[in-house]
Design a protein around this ligand. Structure first.
Ligand code: SAM
Ligand code: SF4
Length: 335
């Protein structure tokens, strides 16, 4: 029996309708990016992580109430064992037309293995995180990664017909010297490149005041070498886009620190333990899993109550980038 005959959309106190769910399916990862995790991490016991049945049921509940876009994230979603079973299950919402988009954000290391299955499950686009093309710097930034695996993943994804967008966290120094190569690499392969400002989430053992780079400064610098034309493209997220006249490709800019984008926020996040976060930049979360284990009705009431309290905007402060604004790491919730 359906939960209710006319499921009302999920709307917050500021009139913003939630149509986008980012669902973290694991806090684990095969990399330890310096801006995301500490070198030594303690991951959650497996018993605390939602199983596939719970993840699928939760997704279905959100989809029934207006979510049109579902992104799986982590940690690294592709390290979860048998993760393609979950994609196969979720693909029915794409086939039924209830979901416009099923997608994921991945570091790409295991993408080559899964690209064809993802495409068969109705995934059309993937975001791959890649901050550098230099194998040694890649290893340094990720503390352990082999860039060849990511490059093979990107190639396999494109060969399987997936649209790939690259995500890169901007940082001072080597990144600034290399960003032109990243633009070239992305655009000659038909990929957008989204640049992300580092956010002060969790203690990673690094000094963010040393590394964080404002995208305002970076784009100022880029515009001395490239012709950047504001582009009206929207991807349903917080990125603003620029077209690069010389390449014809697009650069996305996600600037939570230097340019607050919260007025258009259409999303909520659920952690792999089933905690619902209505704002990535706020500590508050509610235990959706407990409600969900009672009934879908209880879960829905819990979601609506949390949305009524969704903050109007995050409170990151660019002048305090060196101090974690939140204890939780980015990997606990997904980007
Ligand atoms: N493991 C996957 C990946 O790396 O794409 C998905 C999870 S990761 C947490 C999602 C995105 O968050 C990645 O693009 C990553 O670069 C970004 N990210 C991680 N820590 C960040 C931070 N402190 N500030 C800004 N972006 C961050
Ligand atoms: Fe892992 Fe992604 Fe975090 Fe890097 S950014 S440590 S790949 S979760």
């Amino acid at each position: 029996m359906p939960l209710d005959a006319n499921p009302a959309p999920l709307v917050d106190a500021f009139g913003r309708t939630v149509t986008y769910l980012r669902l973290s399916i694991t806090d684990r990862c095969d990399l330890r990016c310096t801006y995301c995790m500490a070198e030594k991490m303690t991951f959650l016991p497996r018993k605390d992580v939602l199983d596939f049945e719970e993840l699928a049921r939760l997704s279905a509940l959100f989809i029934r109430h207006g979510v049109r876009k579902l992104r799986l994230t982590g940690g690294e979603p592709l390290v979860r064992r048998d993760v393609m079973d979950l994609f196969r299950d979720l693909s029915r919402h794409v086939q039924s037309g209830d979901l416009d988009e099923l997608t994921l954000t991945t570091n790409g290391t295991l993408l080559a293995r899964h690209a064809e299955t993802l495409a068969a499950c109705g995934v059309r686009r993937v975001n791959v995180s890649l901050d550098t093309l230099d194998p040694e710097r890649y290893r340094a930034v990720t503390r352990m990664g082999d860039i060849r695996m990511v490059l093979a993943g990107i190639e396999a994804a494109q060969a399987a017909g997936l649209h790939v967008k690259l995500n890169a966290v901007a940082s001072r120094g080597a990144f600034e010297a290399e960003v032109d190569d990243l633009i070239d690499f992305a655009h000659t392969r038909g990929m957008d490149l989204t640049l992300i400002e580092e956010m002060p989430l969790g203690d990673t053992g690094t000094d963010r005041a040393e590394t964080a780079l404002s995208l305002r400064d970076l784009t100022g610098d880029l515009s001395r070498r490239w012709t950047l034309i504001p582009d009206r493209h929207r991807s349903g997220g917080p990125a603003r886009y620029m077209r690069v006249a010389e390449t014809g490709g697009r650069i996305g800019l996600i600037s939570p620190m230097s340019c607050n984008f919260c007025a258009l926020c259409n999303r909520v996040r659920v952690s792999c333990t089933g905690r619902l976060y209505t704002c990535m930049g706020a500590e508050g979360s509610v235990d959706l899993r407990a409600a969900f284990r009672q009934s879908d009705h209880a879960a829905l009431s819990c979601i609506r109550a949390a949305l009524a309290a969704k903050p109007e905007s995050h409170r990151f402060d660019a002048d305090r980038i060196g101090t974690p604004a939140l204890r939780r790491h980015m990997s606990a919730l997904g980007g």
